[in-house]
Design a protein around this ligand. Structure first.
Ligand SMILES: NC(=O)C1=CN([C@@H]2O[C@H](COP(=O)(O)OP(=O)(O)OC[C@H]3O[C@@H](n4cnc5c(N)ncnc54)[C@H](OP(=O)(O)O)[C@@H]3O)[C@@H](O)[C@H]2O)C=CC1
Ligand SMILES: N[C@@H](CC=O)C(=O)O
Length: 431
């Protein structure tokens, strides 16, 4: 019998408890071993819970789990950095294997945690940390092991994808869509992490560390969230044949450089990523042997995430049962440098408000240099006003050149305000 301690019994922890108790026999049959939850750490023992959790298992004292010699596996589903990082490290020092869905901890402290686990000859499993129910960690670590990965595209945050879909399809406001995502259990306890793009940055740093075998410092990733996206941007994107998604990008250039970033992106409607809606996430990977693969599923929520966590628990139990040694972990190679976004060439969508005077487009186009702007248009419904919104779509241009052009736009008297700038991904690069 493998005895497990759960840290947290909220959205995901509750789902894990439910699966481990209702599918107990099934799990034992598949594993050839019983899994027993011995203790569950929560913040408040007397809180009303969704599932009928055996009250005798609940504790508010983490030491009852971490210092229990019978518990071989600790499943961390509290989230955040404090007190979680300390609990994980203490558990490893007590020779417990770890399962976690905590992307923040892995992205920020992964190297330290994996080293500590190696020193203590225990393992850390983290399938639930990226893409909810999508088996993406296993895909990268095992199924694609023969490949050199050239590129990863991911829609990796269920909350923001749900919000953008609601804003696009149902014309629901940002705030209302966020409230719905929270009530469905998709959002982080502080939804700032979702909306700001940080959650997505943690996830792409974990995937990139695995794919490019090079520990990625999450603080050096360019991150932009969805908080500046307005309905107008979504409508224009639709008219132009694009959908706006919060896209995570990881690209390898010539074994020397990595381009890793997270930002709202215009995705052509012809690309399958544009069709991934609601809480669904997707990861598209290019490997030199297999070519492109795409894997998608629900990226957040109780049961999809619990599915990934229970898979990890079962794998950890198997490893404990058969005494399988700790193998490699993320970040084996060094030396790949991150490129700053200034060096990267993209097309850009730019929305501004200008005085509606003859010749205003010509002045704006001049700021970009000849031939850099492919489409410039007035948003027609505002045409009778003296100040009108317009948008531009540039040809591919280096970001630093685009910024220079924006600076010169700001100096034009007829440009009242730059409302939004969004990158357009063309998906045509070859790896
Ligand atoms: N929700 C989702 O869709 C997904 C979440 N994740 C990750 O899974 C983890 C858990 O998320 P989620 O289940 O949504 O979080 P919840 O907020 O729903 O649950 C957190 C749990 O931790 C307990 N807890 C919080 N603080 C403490 C503390 N200081 N000491 C002891 N227990 C504490 C809470 O106790 P109590 O119940 O008493 O309040 C609760 O049971 C996070 O790392 C998150 O990023 C990953 C993928 C998807
Ligand atoms: N808040 C996250 C939860 C899963 O990681 C999301 O919305 O994707």
């Amino acid at each position: 019998m493998i005895k497990v301690g759960l840290l947290g019994c909220g959205t995901v922890g509750g789902g894990v408890y439910n699966i481990l108790t209702t599918k107990k026999e099934d799990i034992e049959r598949k594993l050839g071993e019983e899994i027993q939850i011995k203790r569950i750490l929560v913040n408040e023992k007397n809180k009303k819970r969704k599932y009928d959790v055996d009250a005798s298992l609940l504790t508010e004292n983490y030491k009852e789990i971490i210092e229990d010699p019978e518990i071989q596996l600790v499943v961390e589903l509290i989230g955040g950095e404090t007190p979680t990082l300390g609990y994980i490290k203490e558990a490893i020092n007590h020779h417990k294997n770890i399962v976690t869905a905590n992307k923040l901890i892995l992205a920020k402290y992964g190297r330290e945690i994996f080293q500590l686990a190696k020193n203590n000859n225990v393992k850390v499993y983290y399938e639930g940390s990226v893409g909810g129910g999508i088996p993406i960690i296993k895909t990268l670590k095992e199924s694609m092991i023969a490949n050199k990965i050239g590129r990863i595209y991911g829609i990796l945050n269920g909350t923001t994808n749900y919000i953008l879909t609601q804003m696009t399809e149902k014309s629901i406001d940002f705030e209302d869509a966020l409230k719905k995502a929270q009530s469905l259990g998709y959002a982080e306890s502080d939804p700032y992490f979702d909306v700001s793009g940080l959650d997505c940055a943690y996830k792409i740093s974990i995937l990139s560390s695995l794919a490019f075998e090079s520990f990625i410092d999450v603080n050096s990733i360019y991150v932009e969230g969805i908080d500046k996206i307005e309905r107008e941007d979504i409508e224009i994107a639709e008219e132009l044949g694009y959908t706006i998604k919060l896209l995570a990008i990881g690209k390898r250039y010539e074994d020397k450089m990595l381009d890793i970033r997270v930002h709202p992106t215009f995705i052509p409607k012809s690309n399958p990523l544009s069709k991934i809606n609601g809480v669904y996430n997707v990861v598209q990977i290019h490997g030199d042997v297999v070519g492109d693969i795409m894997i998608y599923g629900q990226g957040a929520g109780e049961m999809p995430t619990a599915s990934a966590v229970v898979a990890d628990i079962m794998e950890a139990a198997k490893s404990i049962k058969y005494h399988i040694e700790n193998e490699y972990s993320i970040g084996r190679l060094n030396g790949l440098k991150l490129i700053g976004t200034d060096e990267i060439e993209n097309s850009f969508y730019i929305r501004l408000r200008v005085n509606d005077i003859p010749g205003v487009f010509a002045k704006i186009a001049k700021a970009f240099g000849d031939n850099e702007v492919s489409i410039a248009s007035v948003i027609q419904k505002h045409r009778l006003n003296p100040v009108v919104p317009i948008f531009l779509l540039t040809h591919p241009i280096e970001e630093k050149k685009m910024k220079k052009a924006i600076d010169s736009l700001k100096e034009l008297d007829d440009v009242i305000e730059i409302k939004n700038i969004i990158r357009v991904e063309d998906f045509n690069e070859k790896f």
